[in-house]
Ligand binder design. Sequence first.
Ligand SMILES: [Zn+2]
Length: 331
Amino acid sequence: MQYEHGIRLEHVYQVTAHAKDLSDSECGGAKHAVDKRQMMAKEGETSTVKEPYDAYTTIRDDYGNLTLDRFLKRGGVGIFRRFIYWVPASGTGSINRNFQHCQTLSSSLGGIKSLHHLSDVGIPGQLRVRTGSCHRCAGCQRGAFDLCDNIRFVGPAEVITLHPKEKASIRLGRHALSDLGVKLAGEAKEHELLAVELSYANEAFMLCEVVSTAGVYRIEKDFESNLGNFKSGDMVLDVRKLEPVSAGSSHYEYTEKVFPIFVEDIRKRRMAEHLCEADLSRRSTRIAGSSGEKKIYVLSAAGKSTILKLISAEDSVFDRRDLAPLAGSTN
Ligand SMILES: [Zn+2]
């Protein structure tokens, strides 16, 4: 908020009263819009606002639909435009809060749980904190915490710098990943190695080589395959599959299996960077079952981990901006 709008936020826990601010009338108006919609249900009907998402659509449609006409009718005074955002608490589009906490804040303050008053100081990564909150005395109302009448209860304020170990990110849904797949398919070159998401319980992804010189094409006639039902018009790419020499192995060999894949399932390009030829002079028993003539390739642990981060939409924790470079997309 501070960064984009110059608005500073203050978090206060355990207060005996609260003040009024510019946002109060706006939030009140939003609540009123939801109330009004709920009251519209007639006798015997249930309100159309049942879940938080319904409250969001109501606020968006009834409260956020300001028009230029109305603004001009008011003589250009008041709210010009409202932006309403929906951030679900969990699942696709939610903020992934499951990241490592900041390093210990300060030796004198202890952990975050001891802090009950946190103020934005307008510098990213910095906060002014106190162990207690005060919002009543003249000093605190001006933000001059040093002059607080209750300083012996609330303690001195201290500016701390946060050192997050990871950054927050947004969970990506299948839709965003599909868009990425289409983009990667367009960029893929013949003989390039790709990672493709599979929906089998025992096979989360596969490695394959692009074999079609024509690149992406559309299916002309419906047909069924192990990968799913292809419908006329589906965008596909022809590939040759690499298979692990045994289930779960990171050692792969080329097969003669050539088939089309849905472009939406492509998760990563340039997989050759993560594969190296196995040294067969020191064959482990794990790969002993494979044919002696074929070359065996080893997928690096880092390569595998990157692929796993790019699949299974519910648990993908990458920001849209981070995803394309990770997937080997050029922009
Ligand atoms: Zn005070």
